[in-house]
Design a binder for this molecule. Structure first.
Ligand code: AHG
Ligand code: MN
Ligand code: MN
Length: 338
């Protein structure tokens, strides 16, 4: 048996440190932050994997600030991410889907950190009880307030374009962490044998076009005419244009957008008559994905403007959301402008 170490495998830590070497002025704080998120994700992954075995399934018995049933795993994941980031050295505070207000870590080390994090600790939580893919979504911002002081809501209400990094974890048939900085999108698959995220999808690019459209078709009667027209166009695509498109909808945005990022496609959560802003949250669901997909060459919009240009005024605000392959998004946008 050979004693040689296989150096083809690059762990998340090794990769971020390698990236940092290209920036002599880098302090390593972002690498630290990503390592902390990776650590919390591994802990969540362990619980997700045994969710059918322990008494962690089912409702927690409360509703979160969105008025949705909170599942036990949502609470567990939220606590893991907060705990790890609070005790790390790179994060001054956090805004979470599960908590009405931002969490200001407010200790000497955290106050000196330059980043804040927005997070959906568990996305697709209605899928936990039925063993379907779920995820975590996060965005990282450089604070606008002065380091040395506690962070404030101002640090969180930045446009998505200001994100320094954004990523997601997908707890699927394998567990992956995908993150983007302006320089590129890279995917790491968890090797359960060594408990490390290993670079498996370097420099992810979103195909310019695809054959999949993803949306909750059950809401069709509630959509505006232009959206309905676009969906009909997807269904009527001729064979030579790759049609008719296939409809795929997991109901966990992480799974739906991940598939479209890798294979090409468009994901839509439009506003409805009852809920003109749709369901998805700008800060910790739409912005991180928009950043990742744009860096990978795709596009994201609310039907009128790029998601990343929206100036937020609330931590939990919602927005209609359309995201995916560049050419499909351009066709969608031309339908919306017609
Ligand atoms: P969460 O579990 O964080 O509340 O998010 C669920 C979201 C998203 O992942 C998914 O695309 C969407 O809700 C599904 O909503 P519908 O059931 O209305 O289609
Ligand atoms: Mn979500
Ligand atoms: Mn959630």
């Amino acid at each position: 048996m050979s004693n040689r170490v296989n150096r083809q495998v690059l762990t998340l830590d090794e990769f971020t440190i390698q990236q940092m070497r290209n920036y002599p002025q880098a302090t390593g704080e972002l690498s630290n932050l990503l390592r902390d998120i990776g650590l919390a994700a591994k802990r969540v992954n362990v619980e997700v994997n045994k969710a059918g075995l322990v008494d962690i399934l089912g409702d927690f018995g409360t509703v979160n600030i969105q008025g949705e049933q909170v599942k036990k795993m949502d609470v567990y994941a939220n606590n893991q991410f907060i705990g790890v980031l609070k005790h790390g050295i790179s994060c001054a505070g956090l805004g979470s889907e599960e908590l009405e207000d931002i969490v200001i870590f407010n200790d000497e080390i955290s106050n000196n950190s330059k980043y804040v994090v927005v997070i959906d600790p568990l996305d697709g939580s209605s899928n936990i009880d039925v063993n379907v893919t779920i995820g975590t979504i996060f965005g990282v911002y450089r604070r606008v307030t002065k380091p040395g002081t506690p962070c404030t809501i101002e640090d969180f209400l930045q446009t998505g374009r200001n994100q320094v990094a954004a990523g997601y974890v997908i707890y699927g048939s394998s567990t992956m962490l995908v993150y983007a900085t302006k320089r590129g999108v890279n995917g790491f698959t968890l090797d359960p044998a060594i408990g490390e995220f290993c670079l498996s999808h370097p420099d992810i690019k979103c195909p310019e076009s695809g054959k999949v459209y993803s949306l909750n078709y059950g809401n069709i009667l509630q959509f505006g005419e232009k959206i309905k027209n676009y969906i009909e166009r997807c269904q009527k695509k001729s064979k030579k244009d790759g049609g008719p498109y296939t409809q795929r909808y997991v109901g966990s945005m992480v799974a739906d957008v991940h598939r479209n990022l890798i294979k090409g496609g468009i994901f839509m959560y439009p506003g409805t008559v009852d809920k003109p802003n749709g369901k998805l949250r700008l800060l910790y669901e739409c912005n991180p994905f928009s950043f990742i997909v744009e860096v990978a060459g795709g596009k994201a919009s609310n039907g009128k403007q790029a998601i990343l240009d929206i100036v937020p005024d609330q931590l939990h605000q919602r927005t209609p959301f359309f995201i995916g392959s560049k050419l499909m998004m351009e066709e969608f946008e031309s339908c919306m402008n017609s």
